[in-house]
Write a protein that binds this ligand. Sequence first.
Ligand SMILES: Nc1nc2c(c(=O)[nH]1)N=C([C@H](O)[C@H](O)COP(=O)(O)OP(=O)(O)OP(=O)(O)O)CN2
Ligand SMILES: [Zn+2]
Length: 123
Amino acid sequence: MYKISVQKRFSASHIIRDYPGECGRLHGHNWNVKVVVKTKKLDNFGMTIDFKELSKILNEIVNKLDHYHLNDIPPFDKIQPTAENLAKFFYDELKLKLSKHNGLEIDFVEIWETEKYSAIYQE
Ligand SMILES: Nc1nc2c(c(=O)[nH]1)N=C([C@H](O)[C@H](O)COP(=O)(O)OP(=O)(O)OP(=O)(O)O)CN2
Ligand SMILES: [Zn+2]
């Protein structure tokens, strides 16, 4: 099994609704998201997927959130904009965009809210 990863940083504010403390107030983070994809068979270039292509795809998803207030952006207008829910959001969006790549699977998505706090989603 081969695995590669790409990371991106973005800035966004959020409010954890009904949270009893400072995270229930408007605040922002410089988030870091890492996606790890895997395959058993490399393509004709000897790649899992071109880093540049994976990076472009991840950028498209990041652009939906970068410099926005997450609570305004679906689905976070309905569900809590926690690191866990963001990790699943990236996973689901990535799964759709990678569906045309035969044999390529997502291993996991990890998202850091701060240097010490991260959440992982995998299936
Ligand atoms: N499991 C989760 N727990 C928390 C989440 C989350 O997404 N998943 N989110 C928060 C808040 O967003 C909060 O902003 C995160 O921490 P923050 O107070 O900003 O970080 P500090 O470095 O100041 O943390 P200290 O432990 O107070 O030093 C909370 N929990
Ligand atoms: Zn926060």
